[in-house]
Design a protein. Structure first.
Length: 374
């Protein structure tokens, strides 16, 4: 008896960047895709919510940057980008500093005016406070940039971010701390950067144009029925949840966002201001209109609070310690046994991705599959 053909070639679980790029590329090649998402909107964490004519980055600030011309050309199919350059400020002990660490920062911190003066102070402090075999984040930071930079910009901010003392955090969290001996406040070194004009929804809508999508669909509540719809599943959710936590639960840090509408044109004069001191429970304030050089009469700010994660909250940052990596490797072995399920994205791969990296990863996955199918 001939088996009944499935309705779709691919069921894509999650309408974030990975799933949207995958569905777009497969649809171009005459594959039929259905994209579902648990949330009430498409776009995953890059989703923008329009309020007062301002595109609010609902799940935290997203600034597109890449050195890869292929990826830059790819996203420019779907949106035009402005020339926004990320130049955050940092508030510490009542004083504002420029980021990333550069000659402006060092002048504000020490009054130094030449690279030689700044480098001499950093080298002296690294020699005095650093160690050749750092055992924790504090020792690592002191060994990279010395005491003043560590205590002014890193210690309290990082402790808020991870909910632990710096001496209790592993050294590998900070692999390097970029120090620039130029007066350059551009946070990224990448050649291409900016914000899509009209917000990130323009990219998602372009990627998913003509593709069947469904929101407010919980894959796990309708799993049997949904799995029966397609030949293959593209899964971008939490990998441990897919396997019903059989090897234990992976850990994350979460975030809470508090939005405020202010009846003024300009709240802080910059899109991103970090709040280093532990006296502030939030780590930064985002003023969204500055991403698109808005001239609206009102402004919306978001205070970003790091939080301990539990299954009722959004999972943002994987906690990549030895314990969690061990658990993840067990799930990865399980995933490799399934020929009809493709795992992709930050939750399915338990790793942090920037936007350009997730797009590249999805395109690579498509190319791999097409190579196999050929």
């Amino acid at each position: 008896m001939k088996l009944k053909e499935k309705e779709y070639d691919y069921l894509v679980v999650g309408a974030g960047l990975f799933g949207s790029v995958f569905a777009h590329e497969m649809t171009k090649r005459s594959k039929k895709c259905l994209v579902i998402d648990k949330r009430n909107h498409l776009g995953g964490n890059v989703y923008c919510e329009e309020k007062e004519g301002i595109n609010v980055h609902k799940y935290g600030a997203h600034i597109f940057h890449t050195n890869d011309k292929r990826i830059w050309d790819y996203v420019n199919q779907f949106a035009s980008f402005n020339n926004y350059i990320n130049s955050p400020l940092s508030l510490s002990k009542g004083k504002l500093y420029n980021l990333p660490f550069n000659m402006n920062t060092f002048y504000q911190l020490w009054g130094t005016q030449t690279p030689q003066e700044a480098k001499a102070i950093i080298d002296e402090q690294v020699a005095k406070y650093g160690t050749k075999s750092p055992k924790n984040l504090e020792e690592q930071a002191l060994s990279l940039v010395g005491k003043d930079i560590y205590e002014t910009f890193i210690k309290e901010y990082t402790e808020k971010q991870w909910g632990k003392k710096a001496t209790e955090l592993p050294a590998f969290i900070i692999k390097r701390l970029p120090v620039r001996y130029t007066y350059n406040n551009n946070y990224f070194n990448d050649r291409y950067q900016g914000i899509p004009i009209g917000g990130y929804n323009t990219i998602i809508n372009g990627l998913l144009k003509g593709i069947e999508t469904k929101t407010n669909v919980d894959f796990f509540k309708e799993r049997e029925q949904l799995e029966g719809l397609a030949d293959k599943i593209v899964y971008t959710g939490k990998i441990d949840e897919f396997f019903d936590y059989k090897h234990g639960q992976l850990e994350y840090r979460s975030l809470r966002f508090e939005n405020e509408l202010h009846a003024i044109e300009n709240y802080q004069g910059n899109a991103v201001v970090n709040y280093n001191d532990s006296s502030f429970a939030f780590t930064r304030i985002i003023e969204h209109k500055h991403f698109e050089f808005g001239k609206q009469s009102k402004t919306i700010i978001t205070k970003e609070y790091p939080e301990a994660w539990d299954p009722s909250k959004e999972a943002y940052y994987p906690i990549n310690n030895d314990k969690n990596q061990g658990v993840y490797q067990e799930y990865k072995k399980e995933s490799q046994k399934l020929s009809n399920v493709i795992f992709g994205g930050r939750l399915a791969e338990y790793r942090y991705y920037d936007m350009h990296q997730i797009i590249a990863s999805s395109l690579t996955k498509v190319e791999e599959i097409l190579g196999i199918e050929k």
